[in-house]
Write a protein that binds this ligand. Structure first.
Ligand SMILES: Cc1cc2nc3c(=O)[nH]c(=O)nc-3n(C[C@H](O)[C@H](O)[C@H](O)COP(=O)(O)OP(=O)(O)OC[C@H]3O[C@@H](n4cnc5c(N)ncnc54)[C@H](O)[C@@H]3O)c2cc1C
Length: 490
């Protein structure tokens, strides 16, 4: 049996693969190009503030949910406190209308009926969908790749009660469902619930599941932030005997007789192992590290045709103000601007702001981290980056504009801002290597929601892929749940 594994990347997928590899008796070693673990699951410090660059919620944050056991196995939740929000988001309209997306399903239903009594039936259907998803059995015991006929039968029998729900919502996007509201405000506000504005293609089923977990208080925010969360998994991995090398970029996967046998690093050194797992960017892995030699039309089709989740401009501010009075939300307050403004080459009519007033550890006492995020076009930033001066100026101007806009909404804020930080799609690309600076890989849609992507490549033995490029929609729990890759032995 093969005993050694090299893992490329110390994101959540790579760290988890390492933990499960060690637990299953392999000697594993991770090579990570950055100086710290986490990949996309990260936070960074600026002038005494910690900007959290990732988790809004962690699925499986409490023992009631099946993912929790998985987080325990990789040491991520022990001793960690999660903050469970009462509100998922606030969507504001003009004329003072506010759609509060409560995490408690009963409260949400009552609030929606107050807002739009004429939509009683559709609202009840929505609330029923959330309640049905509460008990949905997320299959985490075994990875689907390892399922035999009996596992499949068992899974089908567990899924049977959910078939009507799947039939009703399976092909429906959040935008499709919104169209059913008679109330014009709710029709407009409903699709904006998904935290990246302008994602009307988001599947209803995935959203119902998210709200079900919120209701059950098992999708909390890990206090301390995303980097601490990733570091806990790193600690577990090291305690299991794993090895990590930072500042170690892999440039090639070594192949002999169509079998992966190790990796070559940017400094030219080579390391050998029985198995190689890439938990790094999919495109780089397939087309650069393996020179595109192990591919078929299906996989090529993904990279030619499937859209990726758009990258973002991520503006972090540190304000000498508590914002005690601002409601605590999972994804923030989304409101219409008095007049449109151009940010990152695109006209913006709304602004989504999140106050991290629910985690005092992220800022000095009495102060708060404020975050604004806009989906943004990768190509725009790539072009701009060719002129470093213009790139820097653009980032400064964005910070100026955002502070000015927020000052109108929260008077006095401009004078209280003592830290500004702007990350762009180029920043995400530089730090994590993800294609087009995306942070969730393939865009989740009704088409990709249940898409199974192969975790091996055609014709290449002893090689596996893990992470968001083989799990559409990414997210921490999905990429950590791919434990199969380390226990399959070819
Ligand atoms: C703004 C934002 C919000 C998010 N919100 C949530 C949320 O609320 N809940 C949730 O569950 N998820 C959320 N996510 C998504 C989640 O963080 C990702 O889907 C997940 O962390 C991806 O993990 P991964 O290990 O697959 O990939 P990555 O994190 O991309 O890890 C890949 C690693 O490989 C390394 N690497 C790349 N190339 C090389 C190379 N050549 N050599 C060596 N190392 C290399 C990278 O440096 C990186 O560390 C969010 C992400 C962001 C940025």
């Amino acid at each position: 049996m093969e005993k050694s594994i090299i893992i490329i990347g110390a994101g959540i997928a790579g760290l988890s693969a390492g933990c499960y590899g060690q637990m299953n008796g392999y000697d594993t070693c991770i090579f990570e190009m950055d100086t710290k673990p986490g990949g996309c699951c990260t936070s960074w410090k600026r002038r005494g503030y910690t900007i959290d660059g990732c988790l809004h919620w962690l699925t499986g944050s409490s023992p009631g949910q099946s993912f929790y056991r998985l987080w325990e196995e990789v040491g991520a939740v022990q001793g960690r406190t999660f903050f469970d929000h009462e509100e998922y988001a606030r969507i504001e309209g003009r004329e003072g209308k506010v759609f509060i997306v409560y995490t408690d399903v009963n409260r949400l239903e009552r609030h929606m009926k107050d807002l739009a009594p004429e939509d009683k039936d559709v609202i009840e259907e929505f609330a029923k969908g959330i309640r049905t998803m509460i008990n949905f059995p997320m299959p985490v015991e075994k990875a689907p790749e390892l399922f035999g006929p009996i596992d499949r039968l068992k899974m089908m029998s567990k899924f049977l009660p959910y078939l009507p729900l799947f039939r009703k919502f399976g092909k429906m996007t959040i935008q499709d469902f919104a169209q059913r509201f008679k109330n014009p405000f709710l029709r407009q506000a409903f699709p904006l619930m998904v935290n990246l504005q302008n994602r009307p293609s988001f599947p209803m089923l995935a959203f119902l599941a998210t709200l079900a977990w919120m209701d059950q208080k098992t999708a909390g925010f890990p206090l301390g932030g995303s980097l601490e969360f990733a570091q806990a998994i790193e600690r577990r991995y090291l305690a299991l005997g794993g090895e990590i090398h930072y500042k170690s970029r892999v440039v090639k996967i070594l192949v002999e007789n169509n079998r992966a046998v190790g990796v070559r690093m940017a400094d030219g050194s080579e390391h050998r192992s029985d198995i190689v797992i890439s938990a790094a960017d999919g495109r780089t892995t397939i087309f650069d590290m393996l020179d595109g030699k192990y591919i078929n039309n299906k996989i090529q089709g993904y990279y030619d045709k499937l859209p990726v989740t758009p990258s973002v401009i991520y503006i972090g501010l540190g304000a000498a103000r508590s914002f005690e009075e601002v409601p605590r939300t999972v994804t923030g307050i989304d409101y219409p601007l008095d007049e449109p403004i151009t940010i990152g080459g695109q006209e913006r009519k709304r602004l989504g702001v999140q106050m991290y007033n629910f985690d005092p550890s992220l800022a000095p006492a009495g102060k708060t981290v404020v975050k604004v995020m806009f989906a943004s076009d990768y190509e725009y930033w790539k072009k701009l980056k060719q002129d470093p001066k213009r790139y820097k100026t653009e980032k400064e101007q964005i910070a100026d504009k955002v502070v000015a806009l927020l000052d109108r909404r929260f008077p006095g804020l401009a004078a209280q801002v003592e830290m500004r930080d702007v990350a762009t799609p180029m920043t995400f690309e530089r730090y994590t290597g993800n294609w087009q600076g995306t942070f969730l890989g393939w865009l989740i849609s009704t088409k990709t929601l249940r898409m199974r992507m192969s975790k091996t490549l055609p014709g290449l033995k002893n090689f596996y892929m893990a992470g968001q490029w083989v799990e559409p929609g990414g997210s921490a729990e999905k990429v950590s749940g791919q434990k199969s890759v380390t226990i399959v032995s070819t």
